[in-house]
Structure formats: structure tokens, C-alpha cells
Design a binder for this molecule. Structure first.
Ligand code: UD1
Ligand code: CA
Length: 453
């Protein structure tokens, strides 16, 4: 099948307003990726090399956004929203190039399964002219019904055009269609607009093809394949389904999720086998985790690379550019941004590390802060291998601590410290014998005097 050429046409014109948003509907995200990009990914996974994106008039934002996730896609503008067949024909120039298979998908139906696409393509390869991916539902209202006669698909009837009898049909059009390239333009050009909505319905090609004696086939896929997003409640529903799929995939690939329903992945999270993820962990975009890591509860991780056997959290925040090497530890209430934590280094408690390198096996004490920002620019802190930073120290960047350097607790370090040196950056302690007692007496007498008068 892979030898067959394939064009995917993704319809994304005709926005509803129900998202109540300044952002075009299909750019709303699921797992951090615009829903239309999910459709693009599915098309690519099903072996579709070419992409045509049909957008509405004035959809410049869409066009720009599309370039990011589908640089190869060609955008076509449907000037007026005259129906799904009309929208497909906006990409006439692409269709005319001649493809074996043409897939039509909707930009607001993000959970389509590449396997459903591949199954439809297989039917085309076996000789079908039109393949409709259907699904069964107890509540078919709003969907086009698949009309079968003697076990053969003969038409799709839109809800508004259905007879009462037809409305009872529960086998519905999921919106995903595959058309043999050599028949596509011929069929599409015959579609008229005599129906309840006065639109050019893509679904009419089924009846047209069947009447010409061409082979028309319905396949069946799960409901998710047809889940169209029209408002933010449906967006959240799709997010839930996506996350459930991804969690299962992670677990089957060897990742332990103790409470899977509380772990949220990004579309691009990479996570190795034997990693354990405790409850309530959030992965933003760009996270790569190798094998055998432990991600403790309530950690928030984005743009971070975590090598094997690292230990993160609980309550850790790893921000973009956090790069933890083998067996590094970032513990509770620590934030790491744009910093390398080398092999075996420990950042265990209540610490901020930003714009820094922490050498192998260095120990960063509780409450250490890299002061990386002066309100205008960011500066770098370099901490050498095996250094020890005493608790509650501030390292005012730019500054470096040499290999094996030792910083006394509570220091404010403004000058670089050479290898193996000991640095105190705090006032020397004074201890005055008996003065504590004397002070207490003075204070208590003063308080008593105030009470009296
Ligand atoms: C469509 C199908 C219906 C199916 C349902 C599944 C048709 C005629 N009907 O109905 O059988 O059960 O999807 O969800 O195809 N669009 C354009 N330009 C247009 C019209 C639509 O780009 O002129 C795009 C929309 O942005 C949307 C998609 O096509 O992404 C579907 O259009 P919509 O009007 O939502 O079709 P439905 O009535 O839901
Ligand atoms: Ca719809």
C-alpha cells in the first residue's frame, strides 16, 4: 500500500463561534498541540505524503500556524462556506495532480486514528471508489446516517434531510472519507445543493458513485474517530480521551504510573521504560526522560531532559533547558531552568537554579539561590565538580565556584571561588556571655512599666 500516492485534504474553514475565543477553533490545543496538527499527524502516520489544508477567508493566523506543524502542507482558501464538497473542491489544483488515494478529514476532529485511515486506504487499494468511515452510536442526532440496501452502502443522509425512519439509523458518518483519486473530481463535480441546508454535501458522492455502479464501502471505527470539537467542553472531553490513550501506551511500554488518571502528558513526551511516575505529575512540551528515572508526586516538568536513574521531586519544577544527567537529583520545592545538573549532583531542597552548570557530584544545600537576573540581563553560574554549597547561600552571577570548592552556609557569594577553596560570605558571629539573660530582664521590666502607666 505504501507505494500508492496519497493526498490528505483537511477541512478547516467555516469556524463556529462556540469556542468564545479570539483563537481559531482548530488551533485550540489537545496535549499542547493544535487539534488540526493532530489530524496532520494522523494523516502522516497513515502514509499520506501530501497535505492540503482548506482554510476560510482571511485566515492568515491559521496559515501562519499551519506552517509550523505542517511545513509541507499547501493551504487553499474556501472563499465562501458553501458546504463540505465545495470545501474539498477548493483544493482542486492539488486533486488534479493525480493521486491514487485521497483522504478527507475535518480539522476539528482531532482523535482520528491512523489505523482507521490506513484501513480505509486498504479498501481503496482493493478497488473501492469511495470509503466512508462510520461509527455506531446510541445518540446519532446531528450526524449523517449511513443508508444501506442489501448490505451495501448506497447513500449518506444528513440529519435534516432524513425521514423519521432514517433518523432511527445508528450507523453514522464519522466525517472521514477516502476517495479513489481517479474518480474524485468526476464525483465531486456532480454534487448539487438541493437539500435542507442548501449546501454542497461531500456525503452526496456516496449516492452518485453507487448510482454509477462504483464500489462504495463503509468501514467501522470507534466513536472517538468522529468526535468533533465545537466548544470547550468537547475540547476537554477530547483531551481526556487523548490522555487516557497516552497513559495506556506509556504503561504498555514499561512506564509505571501509580495513579495514571492524574498524570498529564504532552503530545511529544518521551519517557523510557522502568521510569516510575508518582501521582499528580504534569508534563509540558519538550520533555525527554530516559529509563529508570523516578518522578515523584506533584512535579511540573517542561522542556527538560532527564537522564537515566535521575530522581525528581516531589514538588519539583523543571523548566525549559533543565538538563539532568545520569543519577542527578532535584528534590522538593526546587526549580531548575536552563541549567545542566551533571552526573550524580544533588539539588535536594528549596532551591532555585537558573542559567547554571552544576558539576558532577556537587551538593547544593537547602535554600541555595543562583541570583541570575539583575532586572535586565541573565548571568551564568558555574559550579565545579564535587563542590559543596552550604545551605541558604546566594550565588550572585556571573560567578564560578571551582572544583571541590566549599561555600559556608548563609554566604552571599559575589566573587568567584577557586578550586578547593573555602569561602565565607557572611558576617562573623559574635557570642556575648550572659548577655541573653540581661536582655530578657531589661525587656520584661520595660513591658511591665508600660502596663502600669
Ligand atoms: C458532517 C457530515 C456528516 C457527519 C459529520 C461528522 C457533510 C455534509 N456532513 O456534518 O455526515 O456525520 O460531519 O462530524 O459532510 N467545512 C468547511 N467548509 C464548508 C463546510 C464545512 O471547511 O463549507 C468544514 C468545517 O470546518 C468542519 C467540517 O467541514 O471542520 C464539517 O462541517 P460541518 O458543517 O461541521 O458538518 P456537519 O454538519 O457536522
Ligand atoms: Ca460538525
Amino acid at each position: 500500500m505504501s507505494q500508492r500516492s496519497c493526498l490528505s485534504i483537511i477541512l478547516a474553514a467555516g469556524e463556529g463561534t462556540r469556542m468564545k475565543s479570539a483563537v481559531p477553533k482548530v488551533l485550540h490545543t489537545i496535549a499542547g498541540l493544535p487539534m488540526v496538527a493532530h489530524v496532520v499527524k494522523a494523516a502522516e502516520a497513515a502514509g499520506s505524503g501530501e497535505l492540503a489544508l482548506v482554510i476560510g477567508h482571511g485566515a492568515d493566523e491559521m496559515r501562519k500556524a499551519a506552517l509550523k506543524f505542517a511545513p509541507k502542507a499547501e493551504a487553499f482558501v474556501q472563499e465562501k462556506r458553501l458546504g463540505t464538497a465545495h470545501a474539498v473542491l477548493a483544493a482542486r489544483a492539488a486533486i488534479s495532480k493525480g493521486y491514487d488515494d485521497i483522504l478527507v478529514m475535518f480539522g476539528d476532529t482531532p482523535l482520528i486514528d491512523p489505523e482507521a485511515l490506513a484501513a480505509a486506504r486498504l479498501k481503496l487499494a482493493e478497488g473501492a471508489a469511495v470509503v466512508v468511515v462510520g461509527f455506531r452510536t446510541e445518540n446519532p442526532s446531528g450526524y449523517g446516517r449511513l443508508i444501506e440496501k442489501a448490505g451495501r452502502l448506497v447513500a449518506i443522509r444528513e440529519e435534516k434531510d432524513c425521514s423519521d425512519e432514517e433518523k432511527k439509523i445508528t450507523f453514522c458518518n464519522g466525517g472521514l472519507m477516502a476517495v479513489a483519486g481517479r474518480h474524485a473530481l468526476n464525483l465531486l463535480d456532480q454534487v448539487g445543493s438541493k437539500n435542507a441546508k442548501g449546501e454542497y454535501y461531500l456525503t452526496d458522492i456516496v449516492e452518485i458513485a453507487a448510482a454509477q455502479g462504483l464500489d462504495v464501502v463503509a468501514t467501522e471505527a470507534s466513536f472517538e474517530n468522529a468526535l468533533g470539537i465545537n466548544n470547550r467542553a468537547e475540547l476537554a472531553q477530547a483531551e481526556g480521551i487523548w490522555q487516557a490513550r497516552r497513559r495506556r501506551e506509556a504503561m504498555l511500554s514499561g512506564v509505571t504510573l501509580i495513579a495514571p488518571e492524574t498524570v498529564f502528558f504532552s503530545h511529544d513526551t518521551e519517557i523510557g521504560a522502568d521510569t516510575i511516575v508518582e501521582p499528580n505529575v504534569w508534563f509540558g512540551p519538550g520533555v525527554k526522560i530516559a529509563t529508570g528515572a523516578k518522578i515523584h508526586a506533584f512535579s511540573h516538568i517542561e522542556g527538560a531532559t532527564i537522564a537515566s536513574n535521575c530522581d525528581v521531586g516531589p514538588f519539583a519544577r523543571l523548566r525549559p533547558g533543565a538538563d539532568l544527567r545520569t543519577k542527578a537529583k532535584v528534590g522538593n520545592f526546587c526549580e531548575v531552568k536552563q541549567a545542566i545538573v551533571e552526573e550524580g549532583a544533588k539539588v535536594n531542597h528549596l532551591t532555585y537554579i537558573g542559567d547554571a552548570r552544576i558539576g558532577a557530584r556537587a551538593n547544593i544545600g537547602a535554600g541555595t539561590i543562583t541570583c541570575n537576573y539583575d532586572g535586565y540581563s541573565k548571568f551564568f553560574t558555574d559550579i565545579g565538580e564535587g563542590a559543596f554549597i552550604g545551605s541558604n547561600s546566594s550565588l550572585v552571577a556571573p560567578v564560578s565556584i571551582g572544583k571541590g570548592g566549599y561555600i559556608a552556609s548563609g554566604s552571599v557569594i559575589t566573587e568567584s571561588v577557586p578550586d578547593d577553596a573555602l569561602a565565607f560570605g557572611r558576617a562573623r558571629q559574635r557570642t556575648l556571655a550572659g548577655k541573653g539573660k540581661e536582655l530578657r530582664e531589661r525587656f520584661s521590666q520595660a513591658a511591665a512599666a508600660r502596663k502600669k502607666g
